[in-house]
Design a protein around this ligand. Structure first.
Ligand code: MG
Length: 383
């Protein structure tokens, strides 16, 4: 049993949407397939992975370092103890061979794609959904599992921004979402307050609304914003300032009762440790959003959870960034606090919403094959 081929492709994600820090006009993402020599129904069993959107594709790093390293390894190095499946931890160690610690940069997103494809393959070879494999191996719930899901969106539009925003929030609420996130921080505060009030007007409650500044605000602007929002009772304020300025996070947490959310630009267990140690975040309310795929994948995410819990946090405070099926499987299998989803994108949500929750399905692996429209993105890699 061995890995015979790994293919990757960069896909254009072009969109006119903006958040406070970036536009998506030139955005790309990677798709990756990991082919095994196990044949079922006349076809090799293949692991699939798709990037988190927002950090561009990872093709260069994959082609130059990580794919050749894994393909060059002896199969004995990455098979599990039984010899009947692959071991994601062994694969991770091979891929990260000769990589210095620290300075994580773009590397975690590339490795995360290989990790995700291995886990998809492992679950398919067990003929179980990935969430179930994770729950079995790491002590999660196996029955009556459901995941709290919120809708992300509310990007800035070039024309009729407020009308678009109202319509999008209304549409998501009509789909059954109980919590909705919109972008702020990219225009003057008074204009953002009109967006926030428009969204609350549609939703009927500040508690149903989260806002995301995408790390764009200065200290003074963040303090002004948090003061202006102090009576709105919002679900959370996400990335008000630079995600790596831990001292400033601490200052904001000390003067703001509103929950803060951050972590989507923290890409390793070591950086998670620093965030937990130094950013003054509060385990009783703040939300940790490390992105599974962009953070070296599930193997490293398990290390992050271990750090988080050893510092007195509950994993229920973890709601990963992304809105993709891999994250949903991780949230369901590891018992996290929720899942982000993007109803305006093509990223599929497999099961219907019930009162703001989604139950995981029974398809083997991550479940890409069940999402027919989305599965087409792998077409060029599977032929
Ligand atoms: Mg965000």
């Amino acid at each position: 049993m061995r890995i015979t081929d790994i293919r990757e492709q960069t896909l254009a994600m072009s969109s006119t949407m903006r958040n406070a820090s970036i536009g998506f006009g030139g955005m790309t993402a990677s798709a990756l397939t990991l082919v095994s020599d196990v044949v079922r129904n006349g076809k090799p069993v293949v692991g699939l992975a798709y990037d988190s959107v927002g950090r561009y594709g990872h093709g260069g790093l994959l082609r130059e370092r990580f794919i050749p390293r894994l393909l060059a390894a002896d199969a004995d190095e990455y098979r599990d103890g039984s010899g009947t499946n692959f071991d994601p931890f062994k694969v991770w160690a091979i891929v990260m061979r000769d990589e210095k610690p620290g300075g994580h940069g773009e590397r975690p997103g590339a490795v995360g794609l290989i990790d995700a494809a291995v886990w998809d393959l492992v679950a398919k070879l067990e003929d179980k959904p990935l969430w179930y494999v994770l729950a079995e191996r790491f002590g999660g719930k196996l029955n009556d599992v459901r995941v709290s899901v919120y809708a992300t969106g509310g990007h800035y539009r070039e024309a009729d921004d407020l009308a678009h925003l109202r319509e999008e929030v209304r549409r998501n609420a009509a789909l059954g979402y109980k919590k909705i996130k919109i972008k702020i921080g990219g225009v003057p505060l008074a204009q953002d307050m009109r967006r926030i009030e428009a969204a609350i007007d549609v939703l009927g409650s500040g508690a149903a609304l989260a806002v995301d500044c995408n790390g764009a605000l200065s200290k003074a602007a963040a303090l002004d914003l948090l003061t202006a929002l102090s009576t709105y009772g919002l679900a959370w304020v996400e990335e008000p300032v630079d995600p790596l300025d831990f001292e400033l996070h601490k200052e904001l947490a000390q003067c703001c009762a509103l929950p803060l959310a951050t972590g989507e630009n923290i890409f390793s267990a070591a950086d998670t440790l620093n965030l937990i140690r130094y950013a003054g975040l509060r385990p009783d309310r703040d939300i940790l959003q490390m992105d599974v795929s962009l953070s070296y994948g599930i193997v490293e995410y398990l290390r992050m959870l271990s750090i988080i819990e050893s510092h007195g946090w509950s994993r229920r405070q973890c709601v990963p960034h992304a809105g993709h099926l891999l994250s949903f499987n991780v949230a369901a299998g590891l018992g996290l606090g929720g899942h982000e989803t993007s109803p305006t994108s093509n990223l599929p949500l497999m099961q219907p919403l019930e009162d703001g929750y989604v139950r995981p399905g029974n398809a083997p692996g991550v479940g890409f094959e069940q999402a027919k429209n989305f599965y087409a993105i792998f077409g060029g890699l599977l032929s």
